[in-house]
Design a protein around this ligand. Structure first.
Ligand SMILES: [Zn+2]
Length: 86
């Protein structure tokens, strides 16, 4: 049986995408002055935007659709409606 991804699994995925985007931008420095540099930066920007959009759409309360942040840890219940975050 496939377990449903939790809000925080989605947050982790978005974070990994974000890190990948940053890595692409860092690696692009090694290709300075070549078209590869711009290709890497462009991919980095696209992935960064995708990470933000993904987080915005997926990391929200399944009960009240309020947006979640992990700034104060990863609460098990929604701070807005008290619903379980599974
Ligand atoms: Zn809620």
């Amino acid at each position: 049986m496939k377990q449903k991804k939790s809000v925080w699994d989605h947050a982790d995925t978005a974070l990994k995408l974000w890190i990948l985007a940053m890595l692409l931008c860092i690696v692009s420095k090694f290709f300075e002055g070549t078209p590869v540099q711009w290709l890497l930066i462009l991919s980095g920007v696209v992935i960064a935007v995708a990470a933000v959009v993904y987080r915005f759409q997926k990391v929200r309360c399944p009960h009240c659709a309020s947006h979640m942040t992990a700034a104060k840890g990863k609460p098990k219940r929604c701070p807005d409606c008290g619903g379980k975050l599974l």
